[in-house]
Design a protein. Structure first.
Length: 412
């Protein structure tokens, strides 16, 4: 039923909203504590075990914060654990992955021109890659190779470059970017779940039992927290990239993603250096701008967009074309939408079709029938600002056609 499409769209919106809210909370607390840690001041008279302190003012009040490298001599009665921000961000992000890319695998995940696999196989590859990514990363960090943080981070960068390329050989460009973000975010959240929080709990348990906590626990947690700090900005870019086909829909999309990870390092290096009162490395902003210019240039080399949607919809198109009002709907879509949603858009300022959606043939319209219905039939989201002048009668035509044909089982 068409009501299902509406309910499903609202469900994805709700989960996306939750994902954004918890992501803000996680990233905000992470950036705050990194800045706090780097800005701590040492002075005579600090309590035993205290490494440094910071005075801050916010919301009309003053805050006096002290950090202990291991733990205070006596445990406080109440501890606030910063963990659920991470967990719910990952869970809601995985929910989005399932709702959009797994449920809509034929449209969003699989590109037969890249890798022609079944939906279950594509989903299995997705899940396996996320799990394998964490296991491989954790093993490398725990190995002797991981004792040198600089050497470790260089290796991890090249691994991310390889993963970026690998995902473009498996999925659509949009899905490749989303998975690279999910791959990285899984490592970040797993760091919190499997390393940072458990190590902190071990320290608390040792203190309660009267034992001296192992300093290695804090060192390990610090290493993983540093990795999370430098990965945050690239993950945000990858999560937002599905709105920008110039990022994911071009020939060198995997190189663009690789450069974004370097931008994450240069930007965070400036902030981390400033917070540590070690100067202001302005060269990092020049490097960031140059990297971004390189990304812009790479995005101008077009990639042959997948025609898999039309191929997959060919059989269904034959039945839908014969349905009442289809030709009127097609004329509306071609007249109101295809100037942007074309392999070579005719609208000034648009280089590639928005979100990679092409609406030039009967097969294209069938493949994207649900999106056309939601964006232009049941809502006024498209065209933006109604720049092509679609009428209410045309919107109603799209809506009634979709609702009728979905009841007949011709489109989904």
């Amino acid at each position: 039923m068409y009501e299902y499409a509406i309910a499903w769209d609202w469900l994805t919106f709700a989960v996306r909203w939750l994902h954004v809210i918890t992501g803000i909370a996680w990233i905000g607390s992470s950036f705050y504590f990194v800045a706090l840690d780097l800005g701590l001041k040492q002075r005579p008279g600090l309590p035993v075990g205290a490494y440094g302190e910071e005075w801050q003012v916010h919301g009309g009040g003053f805050y006096h914060i002290q950090k202990y490298l291991v733990a205070p001599a006596n445990m406080p009665e109440h501890l606030i654990w910063f963990k659920w921000e991470s967990y719910v961000t990952w869970l809601s992000g995985f929910g989005m992955l399932a709702l959009v890319y797994y449920a809509g695998a034929d449209l969003y995940l699989i590109d037969p021109n890249v890798l022609d696999v079944s939906k279950p196989m594509a989903i299995a590859i997705s899940l396996a890659s996320l799990g394998f990514g964490w296991l491989a990363y954790d093993m490398i960090c725990r190995s002797p190779f991981g004792n040198d943080n600089t050497r470790l981070m260089v290796l991890l960068y090249f691994i991310l470059v390889a993963v970026a390329w690998g995902y473009t050989q498996l999925f659509t460009g949009r899905a490749a970017y989303l998975h690279l973000g999910a791959f990285t975010a899984t490592i970040m959240s797993a760091n919190v779940f499997f390393i940072i929080i458990p190590n902190q709990k071990k320290v608390v348990a040792d203190l309660i039992a009267g034992r001296t906590p192992d300093p290695a626990l804090g060192k390990q947690a610090k290493q993983r927290s540093t990795h999370n700090n430098y990965l945050t900005l690239p993950v945000l870019f990858l999560m937002l990239s599905n709105h920008y086909p110039l990022a994911f829909g071009t020939q060198y999309n995997w190189i663009i993603a690789s450069l974004v990870f370097l931008m994450g390092v240069t930007i965070r290096h400036w902030f981390n250096t400033r917070h540590a009162n070690k100067g202001s490395p302005t060269w990092t902003w020049l490097a960031t701008v140059l990297l971004f210019i390189a990304i812009m240039w790479l995005s101008t080399v077009p990639k042959v967009l997948s025609e898999g949607g039309e191929a997959r919809a060919a059989t269904a198109a034959e039945a839908v074309v014969a349905s009442p009002d289809f030709y009127k709907v097609r004329d509306t879509v071609l007249g109101r939408c295809s100037m942007c949603h074309a392999r070579e858009p005719g609208w000034e300022g648009i280089i590639v079709p928005p979100k990679g959606v092409i609406l030039e043939s009967d097969g294209d319209i069938v493949a994207h029938a649900r999106e056309i219905y939601l964006q232009a039939g049941r809502s006024h989201a498209m065209p933006p600002a109604n720049v092509t002048g679609i009428t209410e009668e045309e919107r109603q035509l799209i809506a009634s056609w979709y609702e009728r044909t979905i009841k007949e089982g011709k489109v989904q």
